[in-house]
Write a protein that binds this ligand. Structure first.
Ligand code: ADP
Ligand code: MG
Length: 335
């Protein structure tokens, strides 16, 4: 059987099922934005690892080493944000082709540091190897949180409201622009979208506030696309969901530049990955507290739908009715 037949998530499920049940000190193993392990009473360890491969995740003809370093860390910070955890320690493994320059690696680490420092993250180790051809980066990020306050993908209940921070689709459109600029100077709107793609902002303070105040019952970061990431919440929480297409938040720059037919802009916003916004479920009686909290956030929050019973499935509705889900899937590494 070929990997493409089972897909990325089929493979992960296969790996998970081939291992015996984990020890009771594993509070959350495979299946969330980060793992949570108990080290004893008090704080719990929250860990995540990510692999980035040249020509799969990034293309060195479109991204400079400084933003590449910065973004490599940002995507991991986003996974801890989605747990409501506090990031602390960083391990970096690199495989580098010898054609790359020392200035390249200096800039890569400078970019990473620029995001690590203000977030209180220390580099504590890693591993380095040569690579025959492409560059590989693997980042392990460790953080802390208390089991009672952390937010998992499970925990959403029918009747909960679904919210998302910021706007969606900017990153996908930014990537599309980067591939089509061909040396032309970008307009301010284009620059905004390029920045959303190359320099995403992990929603750490927002995730921590939602967790500490017990406002979110389930949460994930939008890395593969809203539809795919909501699907993970539905699977882990054993629920269904309804999304109102016309409520999906879009930035003014996105709206003015998206190459979609009028009324279909939301499809880009729903399918687009790498926005690194937070998607979360909250009970309706928290709506006022949430609105008050989000007033302090530049990114804001938008209510985009509702958690439904499992039997409802995952449904996106536009003004004409339910939308065919096959057009909405996000990224799968083997598909
Ligand atoms: P995210 O997009 O939030 O980084 P992923 O979709 O990459 O999450 O991973 C989903 C879950 O599967 C996570 O718990 C991750 O740790 C786990 N996982 C992914 N690949 C592997 C692997 N090769 N072995 C074990 N667990 C894995
Ligand atoms: Mg994630």
């Amino acid at each position: 059987m070929k990997l493409r037949e089972i897909g990325e998530f089929g493979l992960i499920a296969r790996i998970k099922n081939s291992w015996p049940a984990s020890s009771p000190r594993v509070i959350q193993g495979i299946g969330d934005d980060a793992a949570v392990s108990s080290l004893g009473p008090g704080n719990d360890l929250v860990s995540t690892v990510d692999l980035l491969i040249e020509d799969v995740h990034f293309d060195l003809s479109f991204i400079e080493p400084y933003p590449l370093g910065r973004k490599s860390l940002a995507v991991n910070l986003s996974d801890l944000a989605a747990m409501g955890a506090t990031p602390r320690w960083l391990l970096i493994s690199l495989a580098l082709p010898s054609r790359l320059s020392v200035e390249f690696t200096d800039q890569f680490f400078a970019g990473m540091q620029a995001l690590a420092q203000p977030n209180g993250v220390s580099l504590i180790g890693g591993d380095t190897s040569s690579s025959p051809d492409r560059m590989f980066v693997s980042i392990t990020l460790l953080g802390e949180g208390k089991k009672e306050a952390l937010v998992f993908r499970h925990g959403a209940k029918p009747g909960d409201d679904l919210y998302v921070t910021g706007t969606l689709g900017d990153s996908l459109l930014g990537l599309h622009l980067a591939k089509n600029l061909r040396g032309r100077a970008a307009s301010p709107e284009e620059r905004f979208l390029l920045e959303r793609h190359f320099d995403p902002t992990p929603r750490l303070q927002e995730g921590q506030a939602l967790a500490e105040r017990r406002l979110a019952r389930a949460m994930i970061d939008v890395s593969d696309g809203l539809f795919s990431d909501l699907y993970h919440i539905c699977e882990e929480s054993q629920v269904g969901a309804l999304i109102w297409a016309d409520r999906i938040p879009q930035s003014p720059a996105f709206r003015s530049l998206v190459p979609a037919s009028p009324g279909e802009e939301w499809k880009w916003a729903l399918r687009g990955g790498e926005d690194y916004e937070l998607l979360f479920a909250a009970p309706p009686d928290k709506a006022e507290d949430l609105a008050a909290l989000a007033k302090e956030w530049p990114c804001g929050i938008t209510r985009i739908g509702r958690v439904e019973p499992r039997s409802h499935g995952l449904v996106v509705r536009d003004e004409k009715g339910p939308v065919d889900p096959s057009s909405l899937k996000g990224y799968d590494h083997f598909a």
